[in-house]
Design a protein around this ligand. Structure first.
Ligand SMILES: Cc1ncc(COP(=O)(O)O)c(C=O)c1O
Length: 455
């Protein structure tokens, strides 16, 4: 049954766009696929049954080799924050590329110092010392390393359903069996119950579930650690996990338990940072807490390989016990990208757009939920939205195959959506934050049509 005025026969049209993609002259899709199959690691996966070849991007749109335009609601996995090839970011990177492509932190360079200073201006007072990396995994690795050095403790509490990266130590923090290799892990990481109410083992209101989930951290510390911990790490809204989060009281209570046991608190803002949640620049602000570390990547560079961990000077000093170096951390082109991205977020009202378009999306999705039994839950904040599909609302059985079918239908209709959650049954809607009201309307029409097709 359909929810909106999008009869199955009406042609759904992408909102107009002036951009004209260049003719594509590279190898064919089949040739690329064959080369990938022969020469690249088979663990590197693609999304659709017929993998999509993407050759150009313009703001919230992507183009395939035939020039067909798609509305990108996944943003290169939540990485294109202000728009594909945003002209100001592109110009800043080009200017830097033409001047000096690479130098490392063994010499002085203005970009490195300027970006660290600018980032400090976006943080709560005291959180003003940054180490740049080129990925989120490295940023989390470093935060854990510093927490262990500073506290002298080894144990770390992360949350079930978390994703913190693919490096061996970040995989230890990650909590999905689907990502973990038998050899990966870190024996000193323990996973506490995630506070999201939809699949919580605890009963009660979202606030009560948050309190009980924070209580689980205390129990883990009592049973599985020497009673002291190095750190508690948490995504303010779980990204790969499917936009899951706890009630507003969760982080306050969780941080209190962690700190009571000597732990430092790490906010993994790799997906939630830079205004994506709409109400706030950082996801942790929603909960009224101040972490000891903020880790970030993805949207920070709008596609440039740029990550960072920001902390307090007293904690940062712990790393000076030994030499530490990162070849691409502080790369001038990445610094130029970061500086331009922060400017664009401020100058173009990006955070406010995330708030407004996020509210519009959430309202449209909630409307669809009334008519499509497949939608079990609509959640998230701003432009970080998850739609959990269930085969049965009573049992909450994950609708895995319907999710895959729905992604295919949406793609045929011109919309690219992501997928997440432990069972791969959550639609992840996290577009470049420049999407318009017309894009959101189109998305809701497309989802309405696609849901009807797979139900
Ligand atoms: C919340 C979160 N933290 C860390 C990472 C790891 O970042 P990267 O892939 O840049 O290493 C990711 C990647 O998806 C993430 O979503």
């Amino acid at each position: 049954m359909t929810a909106t005025a999008a009869p199955a026969t009406r042609r759904l049209e992408l909102p107009p766009c002036d951009h004209v993609p260049r003719p594509y002259t590279g190898p064919s899709r089949e040739e690329i696929l064959a080369m990938r199959r022969q020469f690249t690691n088979p663990a590197i996966f693609t999304l659709y049954r017929e993998p999509l070849l993407i050759v150009e991007g313009h703001m919230q749109y992507l183009y395939d080799e035939t020039g067909r335009r798609y509305l990108d609601l996944f943003a290169g996995i939540v990485t294109v924050s202000v728009g594909h090839c945003h002209p100001k970011v592109t110009r800043a990177m080009e200017a830097q590329l033409e001047t000096l492509q690479h130098t490392t932190t063994i010499y002085l360079h203005p970009g490195f110092a300027l970006l660290a200073k600018k980032l400090a201006s976006k943080m709560p007072p005291g959180l003003d010392v940054t180490y740049f990396t080129s990925s989120g995994s490295e940023a989390n690795d470093l935060a854990i390393t510093m927490a262990r050095l500073y506290t002298g403790h080894a144990d770390v509490i992360a949350l079930r359903n978390a994703y913190h990266g693919g490096s061996p130590s970040a995989l230890g923090l990650t909590s999905h069996h689907t990502w973990k290799y038998p050899s990966s892990g870190d024996g000193r990481v323990h996973h506490a119950v995630n506070p999201d109410p939809f699949r919580s083992p605890f009963d009660g209101t979202p606030e009560e579930i948050a309190t009980k989930s924070a209580g689980d951290i205390r129990e883990i510390i009592r049973y599985s650690t020497p009673g002291k911990i190095a750190a508690f790490i948490c995504e303010p809204i779980q990204g790969v996990g499917g936009a899951t989060r706890g009630a507003r009281n969760y982080l306050r209570e969780a941080y209190a338990v962690a700190r009571e046991h000597g732990g430092l608190c790490i906010a993994d803002e790799v997906q939630t940072g830079f205004g994506r949640t709409g109400e706030h620049y950082w996801g942790f602000e929603h909960y009224g807490v101040v972490p000891d570390f903020v880790t970030m990547a993805k949207g920070f560079g709008n596609g440039a390989p740029l990550g960072a961990v920001t902390t307090r000077m007293d904690i940062a000093r712990s790393l000076t016990q030994r030499l530490h170096f990162n070849t691409f951390g502080g790369n001038p082109v990445s610094m130029a990208a970061g500086l331009a991205v922060l400017d664009v977020i401020d100058d173009e009202g990006i955070q406010e757009n995330a708030r407004l378009r996020g509210a519009q999306l959430a309202a449209g999705l909630t409307r669809l939920q009334r008519h499509h039994a497949l939608i079990g839950d609509v959640r998230g904040m701003g432009l970080m939205i998850g739609v959990e599909l269930v085969a049965d609302r009573a049992t909450k059985q994950p609708a895995k195959s319907q999710t895959l079918d729905l992604l295919e239908h949406a793609r045929e209709l011109g919309v690219l959506i992501g997928k997440g959650g432990l069972d791969g049954n959550v639609l992840r809607i996290k577009p470049p934050m420049c999407v318009t009201a017309a894009d959101v309307e189109f998305t809701i029409d497309v989802l309405d049509r696609a849901l009807s097709a797979v139900e």
